[in-house]
Ligand binder design. Structure first.
Ligand code: ATP
Ligand code: MG
Length: 177
């Protein structure tokens, strides 16, 4: 069964700039730059028919391009940090696009996503990184990097069946216009 998710791609020049965050934190497994992305809706491992239906419904989306702004590095997981991310500004445009993907996913028969959407680019997975080390890292790197780009499309990515992880493959691209 294909494992699918919708996302905004990270342009090469933005990925290059974000790669500047790599290094300097022990216990971090840094994500390859070519795998950077902003997940909108994780669809999961779904059957071929549901995948076809989702792909069709995504093709019905009509929305204009919008600006994506990186607001800076942060950690997810609180007292047990599990991911280092570059946060993305939760602009009305990206929230509305995500909400539309959520509605389409349900219309395709998928269970509702209960977690609140927090747009981000994952930079590293953390294993045994101490909260203190993460706070120190963020203290040195913190602050908005002044990075933004225009999203002209969203994509349907597949990752490796069942297990996830890159390389991610663009199965379909949907223009914003
Ligand atoms: P790995 O878990 O092996 O490091 P990955 O998480 O990048 O790989 P997938 O598990 O296929 O690969 O996930 C694809 C994208 O969907 C990632 O951005 C991931 O953060 C997100 N994602 C995965 N599982 C969920 C979930 N249950 N809810 C919301 N988003 C998810
Ligand atoms: Mg995963």
């Amino acid at each position: 069964m294909p494992r699918l998710f919708t996302a905004i791609e990270v342009p090469d020049e933005i990925g290059l700039a974000l790669a500047g965050y790599r290094g300097g934190l022990s216990g971090a497994r840094w994500i390859d730059v070519e795998n950077y992305h902003i997940t909108l809706r994780f669809l999961g491992d779904i059957d071929e028919e549901t995948a076809q239906e989702a792909a069709y419904l995504l093709g019905q989306v009509r929305r204009p391009p919008f600006e994506v702004t990186i607001t800076g590095p942060d950690a997810f997981g609180g007292g047990r940090p599990r991911a280092l991310v570059a946060k993305v500004s939760p602009s009305p445009a990206i929230l509305e696009l995500q909400a539309e993907h959520e509605r389409l996913a349900r219309r395709a028969g998928l269970p509702a996503e209960s977690r609140k959407f927090a747009p981000h680019v994952t930079l590293a997975r953390l294993r045994d990184a101490s909260p203190r080390a993460v706070a120190d890292y963020l203290g040195l790197r913190g602050g908005p990097p002044g990075l933004s780009f225009r999203a002209e499309q969203f994509v349907l990515y597949s990752s490796r069946d069942s297990v996830g992880g890159g390389p991610y493959v663009v199965e379909a691209a949907y223009p914003l216009r």
